[in-house]
Write a protein that binds this ligand. Structure first.
Ligand code: ADP
Ligand code: ZN
Ligand code: ZN
Length: 663
């Protein structure tokens, strides 16, 4: 029997079957209304001619087709099928999850969102800022030569080398020939400068902005503008990868190494990897741009699977990469977190009216509050973690579960009133700098100071205009910003990434330091980067100082190969959460015996997470590895089918394919 199979917004839904209505036409890709229980629901027809064991007279017909959305193209459905299969999630969840919020509901769309937009000029103007350098021109021509077919490129360019300028020139060509360009960035709302740059470059083009911080209606409007083919440029975070794009002709993934491209719930996809698949389906080039490629991408480039294009110099004439020096904390011990050499360098910048940036990747005042009388520390009741002291807000906060309460006046165990803040975060660094340089304007930027995006955008613009002397910040300050007056970057404690048990920690540390170092000296004045460390001769720092990513990557890849880690093997993690660790461990132990494990696949023993308890749940995971992607995929498919069928309700579990976080 032939039926329609429909994806519905029902938790963990597989597909639901309906019969074809008599009165109107329905096809795969249509957004439809269907009866479900006693109510109506919105769904997407995924298969229009499916075989079924149920007689059609027993099925209800589709109620109607919602014509305010375009029929989703077969290529988009094929992408959803690929992602659902690859990441081991139900197709229904994948399809519905890719829709913007308003298209999952029956609520009618506002008229201005529903109506098609007025057509734009056939070839929108491009206002280029610069004549491309010869390296830029070479990259542009090489990639433009691949328009119309699938080819992946790694655009490896140092910070400030003009990668964005290359994207803009390529997009201009795509728009000229009526195509759409998809540009993925890690966190668009943090880089308002980027959006402004795109709008200046293409004043007549329609640009759809897509990220999760948008309100439902503008996000739905942007999605529809992309799906109807009206927007020439789609600029967004990883979720934009899942937008239908009927005329897709170019995919760009900027800062491709950034871990925020990986979704950490539901369909745990990598936006970067999905972008490559997407380009393959659309037969168009994909450009992965970065100063510090992920080792997966670098490995692909070395193996010749991705064409490598280099921009080895800064684009602004006269601008050079900063000089990087290590401050040996054994030889110059830190006082209040600062080596004397760093304080002196900040003082020089103040005298010259240049800006300094102090980087510390920890927000809050201090990572723990402690009692020296009895040894009490501010632990979280719900997590295996410490509560972080936030002094201006007068709170203790858990960064893992969000729990918070007032700072206790005295030790809850022994009553001692002299509680001590241990270690430091951005707030304490800000306090130290204000005390040390009372005449300086110190601005702190982290997730606490930048609660509201509009506020952050204003602050960043102010900094660029010179309305700050010293910036204190986390990762948030490292990404993409262009501060012309900034000539000094100080890194307070870089050593955590050197001694971590996570084999990806060094890769992340290098990328972060190269990014933050890249903020210095973007104009004529040369930049300087001072890194405080107890390991000044560590090879990672040597590569950083000589700006030699290739040397760093070669050393890392050799280690990964010897230890049998990605990219030399493929991985998946099965994770479980339960009230008690024993339940999670037992579930994983049984799961490992659920289906036969092929020879090429290795299933490791379950282990508790480092942060074992989080938000009152105890967590464990087990790792699966294989040298063969098909063998791993085959095993995971059989395994997840059994897991969905047999897992007990007392345990929450998920599979993470190509996992990148193991905490
Ligand atoms: P990236 O994306 O690699 O960080 P950008 O494209 O943002 O680099 O360029 C860095 C800076 O160099 C920007 O201020 C940009 O306007 C400028 N720039 C880019 N290309 C050129 C060029 N060909 N000539 C002069 N300046 C350029
Ligand atoms: Zn005490
Ligand atoms: Zn907690």
């Amino acid at each position: 029997m032939r039926v329609l199979r429909v994806a519905l917004d029902v938790p963990l839904a597989t597909l639901f079957e309906y019969s074809r209505p008599e009165a109107f036409e329905v096809a795969a890709g249509d957004r439809v209304v269907v009866p479900f229980g006693t109510r109506s629901r919105v769904g997407v027809v995924v298969e229009e001619d499916a075989a079924s064991s149920i007689a059609p007279q027993k099925l209800k017909p589709v109620t109607r087709v919602l014509e305010d959305t375009p029929r989703l193209p077969p290529q988009w459905l094929a992408l959803m099928r690929f992602l659902a299969a690859y990441y081991q999630r139900p197709l229904g969840e994948t399809v519905i999850g890719a829709l913007p919020p308003r298209l999952k509901s029956l609520k009618p769309l506002p008229k201005k969102v529903r109506d098609a937009a007025a057509p734009l000029p056939a070839s929108p103007r491009f206002i280029g800022n610069h004549v491309p350098s010869s390296d830029q021109a070479r990259a542009i021509e090489r990639i433009a030569g691949a328009l119309g077919r699938f080819e992946p490129f790694l655009l490896h360019g140092i910070t400030g080398s003009g990668k964005t300028e290359v994207y803009l020139h390529l997009i201009a060509r795509v728009l000229q020939s009526g195509g759409q360009a998809l540009v993925l960035v890690p966190e668009i709302s943090l880089t308002p400068q980027l959006e402004a740059r795109f709008r200046r470059a293409f004043p007549e083009a329609r640009i759809a902005l897509l990220h999760s911080a948008l309100q439902d209606v503008p996000r739905t409007a942007a999605w529809l503008s992309a799906a109807r083919g009206e927007a020439g440029i789609v600029l967004g975070t990883r979720l934009a990868t899942l937008t239908p794009l009927p005329r897709l002709a170019l995919v760009v993934v900027d800062e491709e190494h950034d871990t925020s491209f990986k979704q950490q719930e539901g369909l745990r996809y990598s936006g970067r990897d999905a972008a490559v698949i997407r380009a393959k389906f659309a037969a168009c080039p994909v450009v992965l741009g970065t100063a510090t490629p992920s080792l997966e991408t670098w490995h692909n480039a070395l193996a010749g699977r991705y064409a490598r294009l280099s921009l080895p110099d800064r684009a602004v004439p006269g601008a050079r990469l900063p000089v990087v020096r290590m401050l040996d904390l054994h030889r110059e011990p830190a006082d209040h977190g600062f080596a004397p050499g760093l304080l002196a360098a900040i003082g020089e910048r103040l005298a010259r009216r240049e800006q300094s940036l102090v980087f510390i990747n920890r927000r809050g005042y201090a990572p723990v509050l402690a009692c020296h009388a009895c040894g009490w520390t501010s632990g979280c009741e719900r997590c295996t973690a410490r509560m972080v002291l936030h002094k201006p807000e007068r709170r203790l906060r858990c960064h893992h579960c969000g729990a918070e309460h007032a700072i206790p006046r005295a030790c809850p165990t022994c009553g001692n009133v002299d509680l001590k803040a241990m270690g430091r975060g951005t707030q304490r660094v800000e306090e130290t700098l204000e005390a040390r340089f009372p005449q300086a304007r110190v601005v702190r930027i982290d997730r606490d100071s930048a609660r509201r995006r509009s506020e952050l955008a204003r602050t960043l613009e102010g900094i660029a205009r010179g309305e700050a002397d010293i910036l204190v910040g986390t990762q948030l300050l490292a990404k993409g910003h262009d501060f012309p007056l900034l000539t000094l970057v100080g890194v307070l404690d870089a050593d955590g990434g050197l001694v971590s048990t996570d084999y990806r920690a060094a890769e992340r540390l290098y990328a972060t330091l190269a990014q933050v170092a890249g903020r210095a000296g973007r104009r004529e004045q040369p930049g300087e980067v001072l890194v405080q460390t107890h390991y000044p001769r560590h090879p990672l720092f040597a590569s950083l100082a000589s700006h030699d990513y290739a040397a760093f990557a070669a050393a890392q890849l050799a280690e990964r190969e010897a230890a049998g880690f990605p990219p030399f093997v493929h991985e998946a993690a099965l994770r479980a959460e339960a009230d008690k660790l024993a339940q999670a461990m037992e579930f994983l132990g049984e799961a490992a015996r659920l289906v036969p494990v092929p020879d090429e696949v290795r299933v490791y023993d379950p282990v508790p997470h480092v942060i074992t308890r989080r938000a009152d749940l105890e967590r464990a995971q087990l790792l699966v590895q294989s040298h063969s992607r098909p063998a791993l995929q085959g095993f995971l498919a059989a395994w997840s089918e059994r897991l969905f069928a047999t897992a007990p309700r007392s345990v929450r579990w998920h599979l993470d394919v190509d996992p990148i976080e193991f905490d």
